[in-house]
Design a protein around this ligand. Structure first.
Ligand SMILES: NC(=O)C1=CN([C@@H]2O[C@H](COP(=O)(O)OP(=O)(O)OC[C@H]3O[C@@H](n4cnc5c(N)ncnc54)[C@H](OP(=O)(O)O)[C@@H]3O)[C@@H](O)[C@H]2O)C=CC1
Ligand SMILES: O=C(O)[C@@H]1CCC=N1
Length: 267
């Protein structure tokens, strides 16, 4: 792919996407990163602190959602008819993006997670105004970072963001809880953390490779009358874990809806 890409706001998420694209073979000299303050960019990537005056094929919005209304006016020069806007901004809907970039060729909500750096992120996508060629290119850019998960509509985008975008944060909490629980029960803490991380990596790889659902895999781990079932009984009592996780996803989703509302009012 020879398209040129502007990263607008080179923070944690955008830098991880750049790492993923470089790892997948995107030439570094096709990527320009704009950040208002100087930063170390990935090798070969041009980092600028003044916005270039040229137009780009893709512009990735990598700043915080609440900044959109202040930033968009200054961006019109880089986002013309030939530009697709790729927004990772949590909560910000297509209509707000469209209003913010009326001259752009199309707008895309592109929701990744930090595993993009390893090419292992599910990437949720919805778009407006893209022609078929651009849509194929967006699919290709997403697949380089993991997978391209086009959604039929935008209604559940905040829930998908809570699950697949925020999700690593929730899994890290669970890994932490496993490690600190084992440490409280007597295991050396660095060893507990190592074991917890490797166990989750293997368990996720097995779930990804298996045709069976996670529930069935859990059943297989739990030998009848054995240890695992006793542990699962604790998680399952009064649907404790399921209830907690649903509350967690609802809270994250509702915050996304609220952030989108704020961006809509400002825009
Ligand atoms: N972190 C994650 O896992 C995920 C994040 N997202 C989304 O990614 C976006 C960025 O989040 P994240 O990377 O975590 O946050 P960061 O704070 O790491 O990144 C924000 C970036 O925006 C830059 N910035 C600040 N002001 C401006 C400006 N006026 N113009 C251009 N850039 C500016 C910051 O520069 P400086 O550091 O110099 O202030 C920084 O590089 C958010 O919209 C979030 O919703 C989506 C999915 C997952
Ligand atoms: O916490 C956030 O708002 C962003 C969206 C998904 C992950 N991080």
């Amino acid at each position: 792919m020879t398209s040129n890409i502007l990263i607008y706001g080179y923070g944690t998420m955008a830098a991880a996407m750049v790492d993923g694209w470089l790892h997948a073979g995107v030439p570094a000299d096709t990527i320009t990163a704009y950040n208002p303050r100087p930063k170390q960019a990935a090798p070969g990537v041009r980092l600028v602190t003044e916005l270039p005056e040229t137009q780009f094929d893709f512009v990735v919005l990598g700043f915080k959602p609440y900044m959109l209304a202040d930033i968009a006016p200054a961006m019109q020069a880089v986002a013309g008819q030939g530009t697709a806007i790729l927004s990772v901004l949590a909560g910000v809907d297509l209509a707000t993006l469209r209003r913010s970039f009326p001259k752009a060729g199309g707008v895309v909500r592109f929701m990744p997670n930090l595993a993009v750096a390893l090419g292992k992120s599910p990437n949720a996508l919805v778009a407006e105004g893209l022609d078929d060629h651009r849509r194929d290119q967006v699919t290709g850019l997403a697949e380089m970072l993991g997978s391209a998960e086009w959604l039929a509509g935008e209604q559940q985008f905040e829930l998908v963001t809570a699950l697949a975008g925020s999700g690593p944060g929730f899994v890290y909490r669970f890994i932490d809880a496993l490690a600190s629980g084992a440490a409280s029960l007597g295991l050396e803490s660095a060893q507990a953390q190592r074991l917890a991380v490797q166990m989750v990596e293997g368990a996720a790889a097995l779930a990804a490779a298996s045709p069976d659902a996670p529930g069935e895999l859990a059943r297989r781990v739990a030998s009848p009358g054995g240890m695992t079932q006793k542990g699962l009984d604790v998680l399952d009592k009064d649907a404790a874990l399921a209830t907690l996780v649903e509350r967690c996803l609802r809270a994250a989703r509702d915050r996304g809806v609220a952030m989108g509302e704020e961006a809509r009012k400002q825009g």
